[in-house]
Design a protein around this ligand. Structure first.
Ligand code: LLP
Length: 423
């Protein structure tokens, strides 16, 4: 359920017509619905109420501090993959004892930062990383709580770029080698083994791969138990999909039920790292039609949002619904909706049937709340878009549009070039 609906011909976010936001804030602009964000979080969290659990929202999906703050207020933690995400999460008020840290390439500076913050646990992805964390914890006189992220070799049946739990992927520690790595971790003085973790992929539309992975984790946990290594936390990662088009992913309640059934008699606290399922359909991207261009073979709608704003269609061939913010009865036609970037892969939709558009009209690119702004770049020296949060009949700019000065912040011209450039 979300709160983007037509009231008459006007597409609204909660009680605000999107045309009003486009008029006041400009385009391109991301718009998020506060009611939808809260609802999605509450449904997901509530679905697990039958067992001890912690929802560590995956910051990479959408890391705006207003959104993180909202989830912090609802009792959420964070799944982070960089020092930058830790900084965001802490600034937004997420307590460190609710933060888990994954990622295959943690640097020493990032490890130190997370150790000093005393996060809940590191999800370790290699034996060298285990050594590095142990060493840094010893140097700092601290103890690191850890889980090993294991690679359960389960096919998540999703896009290959977002599959992570197959043997050929770079993520996690091979489940067969995990026993040895756990034994080693147990013997390290600055390490406290507390958990077991996996994340098999994103945009999953079936429950069975999650369950297969969970069964493998359970087996591993019981083998560890026999070796005297007690697991407190089972972290199943994120990955539950959303409907972009015709997908029919399981409802969070079905997903939760299947998991709880298989964990209910065990003494674990469950950690989940949802991203997309919470924020994906809680946001959209507003963009203005700049030009309409007909060539002998195609009709292009050229809009002011490009692949630098929303890279998913270019990168994964993803489908996003497109709705005019003011409905019209004009004839539909098949068009490509493209951005201003100098790349042929800069498209938002291809061969899409849309009612005939006119210059100046505003379109809403739906389901853009996850991996939209968070993957935006400044390519072609384009300012990153504004972000707006709607709350009932008010809206707040939660990130202002970047300026040209922002674009060159931190750049300098050495003296010898200045002289040559006559400045
Ligand atoms: N935990 C870990 C360790 C992850 O790597 C991810 C996502 C998540 C949790 C959250 O997964 P979610 O619940 O959002 O599926 N850019 C891609 C998605 C990449 C996902 C990367 N990892 C896209 O736009 O589809």
């Amino acid at each position: 359920m979300h709160h983007f609906h037509y009231q008459g011909d006007e597409l609204c976010c909660e009680n605000i017509p999107l045309r009003k936001i486009a008029g006041q804030v400009g385009t391109p602009c991301y718009v998020y619905s506060c009611a939808t964000l809260k609802h999605h979080f509450a449904v997901f969290d509530g679905a697990f109420h039958g067992m001890p659990h912690l929802i560590c929202y995956s910051v990479k999906a959408n890391g705006n501090i207003a959104i993180l703050g909202l989830f912090a207020a609802l009792g959420g933690g964070a799944d982070i993959v960089s020092g930058g995400e830790l900084f965001r999460a802490r600034r937004a008020g997420i307590s460190a004892d609710r933060i888990v840290y994954s990622g295959v390439g943690k640097t020493q500076a990032e490890i130190d930062y997370a150790l000093r913050e005393n996060i809940l646990m590191f999800n370790i992805e290699s034996t060298q990383e285990l050594e590095a964390i142990s060493r840094r914890a010893a140097v700092l006189g601290l103890k690191a709580r850890i889980a090993l992220r294991v690679n359960p070799d389960v096919d998540p049946k999703t896009h290959p770029y977002i599959s992570t739990g197959l043997k050929k992927n770079k993520f996690g520690i091979d489940i067969e080698q995990a026993i040895q790595a756990y034994e080693h971790a147990r013997d390290l003085k600055s390490i406290e083994v507390v958990g077991i973790d996996c994340h098999i992929g994103s945009q999953l539309t079936e429950i069975s791969p999650f369950i297969e992975a969970l069964e493998r984790l359970k087996l591993l946990a019981s083998r560890l138990e026999q070796m005297g290594i007690r697991i407190q936390y089972v972290d199943l990662g994120g990955g539950l999909g959303i409907p972009y088009r015709e997908e029919e992913p399981p409802h969070p309640r079905e997903y939760a039920k299947a998991i709880i059934e298989r964990l209910k008699d065990l003494p674990f606290k469950l950690i989940l790292e949802p991203g997309r399922v919470i924020v994906g359909n809680a946001g959209l991207l507003l963009t203005e039609v700049l030009y309409i261009k007909k060539t002998p073979s195609k009709e292009f709608i050229i809009v002011d949002a490009g692949m630098n704003d929303l890279v998913r269609p270019s990168l994964y061939g993803s489908y996003h619904e497109i709705e005019p913010v003011l409905k019209n009865q004009r004839e539909p036609r098949v068009v490509d909706v493209v951005g201003p970037i100098c790349e042929s892969s800069d498209f938002i939709a291809r061969d899409r049937s849309l009612p005939m558009m006119q210059q100046g009209e505003i379109l809403a690119v739906m389901s853009a709340g996850a991996y939209g702004f968070s993957m935006a770049s400044n390519y072609n020296s384009r300012n990153r878009a504004a972000e707006v949060l709607v709350d009932g009949d008010r809206f707040h700019v939660i990130r202002k549009r970047e300026s040209w000065e922002d674009l060159i912040r931190g750049e300098t011209m050495p003296e010898f070039i200045k002289g040559a450039a006559g400045q």
